[in-house]
Design a protein around this ligand. Structure first.
Ligand SMILES: CC(C)[C@H](C(=O)O)[C@@H](O)C(=O)O
Ligand code: SF4
Length: 468
């Protein structure tokens, strides 16, 4: 029978299967950060068990750290304990750690691909929902809970039922200025935040294969925001070119063999999916969320929707509540709405291409009066590359803060957060109530749109902005 890419990845990595039982997958890479690992290590220790394959686990520090200083105590006692626990646990168990003094340190989903740890065909897990990012390489990658982290540490395997399959095809080419972030927000807008529930989503079509690896990661990163278990994109030459020469990528003859195998990782032409969704790329305009879930999204040239015009009662009630929280009226043009803060960063949009896109808009301009704007590179290597290209200078001269790598203002778990009722243009992936700080208001946008909001002081249609 014809197989989908997901079928192939699942079969390839199943090490135990029996009638009436949940299959068991082998796990190639276990990524880790300071927030979801301490209890897992404690559980393991309590049970007197060892880490089964420490060389397959890689850790970094990202959530509970400051991006203004490398002092582990900078974000308070709880954060300090988390960070030091991770350090201790990695040392005790021979696990590689990119700690705060390591130049490769950064957000776990930026670091993995960058190091070549993320390879096609692999199973990759992490105690973090945005592990779906790694699916951009044709890996089966998904977030797991803390008890599963413990299980993977002990066995290097995981019980996993097979999900349903969904194909999302984005046909044709996007218009100039439209980015991966706009594509995925438009998809979530169409499907809603629950549209992918129970599915592993394969993204395909010309607009997807046209994307760089950075763009593909942005798309798969947010698969989780429509409720999907994972997102995947079939590997191709773009994938191989990105990976070649990375520290953990295969070398020499092994590289050739690997690429030959990776080329087989695609859905058969006549493969059947449980759900199929199609979008036309040319219809996608710059996207911006107006509400408190990522499905509450519009094109920048549309007005904020009127709940009274919504047929679905639940959607209507959610919209009323969201508008109240966001301090917005129906029929508002968001291009009339000022912002207080701008956050360019997170595992969705903190890679070099994202910073280049933002810098292109910022160049020759200044951050608007009253706006606080920060750029937080996703990793030490992204930061280094950006500095080599002089992007840091462009940002600093315009009045942006240029930070050290970490999750920063994506979530209110460190020293960066929104003040009460502050409005933020953010390149991150979640906009629920208080996500970026108590009673903060988040609008999810692309890096170029965030940069435009910073320099014009209000949301701006990137298609109207001239590059200086
Ligand atoms: C802290 C962590 C468990 C969490 C996640 O799983 O996604 C975080 O990364 C987030 O983005 O909310
Ligand atoms: S950057 Fe944000 S979404 Fe990504 S792992 Fe960190 S907190 Fe989660």
């Amino acid at each position: 029978m014809a197989k989908t890419l997901y079928d192939k990845l699942f079969e390839l990595n199943t090490v135990y299967q029996a009638e009436g039982e949940t299959p068991i997958l082998y796990i190639h890479r276990h990524l880790m950060h300071e927030v979801t690992s301490p209890q897992a290590f404690a559980g393991l220790k309590g049970a007197g068990r060892q880490v089964r394959q420490p060389q397959k686990t890689f850790a970094t520090m990202d959530h509970s750290i400051s991006t203004q200083s490398r002092d582990p105590a900078a974000c308070g006692e709880q954060a300090r304990i988390q960070v030091l626990e991770l350090d201790k646990n990695c040392k005790e168990n021979n696990i590689s750690l990119y700690d705060l003094s390591n130049k490769n340190q950064g957000i776990v989903h930026v670091v993995g691909p960058e190091q070549g740890l993320t390879l096609p065909g692999m199973t990759i897990v992490c105690g973090d929902s945005h592990t779906s990012t790694h699916g951009a390489f044709g890996a089966l990658a998904f977030g797991i809970g803390t008890s599963e982290v413990e299980h993977v540490l002990a066995t290097q395997t995981l019980k996993q039922a097979k999900a349903k399959s969904m194909k999302i095809e984005v046909r044709g080419k996007v218009a100039p200025g439209i980015t991966a972030k706009d594509i995925i927000l438009a998809i979530i807008g169409k499907l809603t935040m629950a549209g992918g529930t129970g599915h592993v989503v394969e993204f395909c079509g010309e607009a997807i294969t046209d994307l760089s690896m950075e763009g593909r990661m942005t798309v798969c990163n947010m698969a989780i925001e429509m409720g999907a278990k994972a997102g995947i994109i079939a590997p191709d030459q773009t994938t191989f070119d990105y990976l070649q020469g990375r520290p953990f990528a295969p070398k020499g003859e092994q590289w050739e063999q690997a690429v030959a195998f990776w080329r087989t990782l695609k859905s058969d032409d006549d493969a059947v999916y449980d759900t199929v969704v199609t979008l036309e790329a040319k219809d996608i305009a710059p996207q911006i969320t107006w509400g408190t879930n990522p499905g509450q999204v519009i094109s920048i040239d549309q007005q904020v929707p009127d709940p009274q015009q919504m047929n679905d009662l639940i959607a209507q009630q959610a919209a009323v509540k969201a508008l109240k929280y966001m301090g917005l009226e129906a029929h508002t043009n968001l291009t009339d709405v000022p912002v207080d803060k701008v956050f360019i960063g997170s595992c969705t949009n903190s890679r070099i291409e994202d910073l280049r896109a933002a810098a292109a808009v910022v160049k020759g301009r200044k951050v608007a009066q009253g706006v606080t704007a920060l750029v937080v590179p996703g990793s030490g290597l992204v930061r280094e590359q950006a500095e080599k290209e002089g992007l840091d200078k462009i940002f600093r001269e315009a009045g942006f803060e240029w930070r050290l790598p970490g999750c920063s203002m994506c979530l209110a778990m460190n020293d960066d957060r929104l003040g009460e009722w502050e409005r933020c243009a953010s390149t991150s992936n979640r906009n629920f109530e208080s996500r970026q700080g108590r009673n903060g208001r988040t609008h999810l946008v692309s890096p170029a749109m965030a940069a435009a909001a910073a320099v014009f002081g209000k949301f701006t249609d990137i298609r109207t902005v001239e590059l200086l």
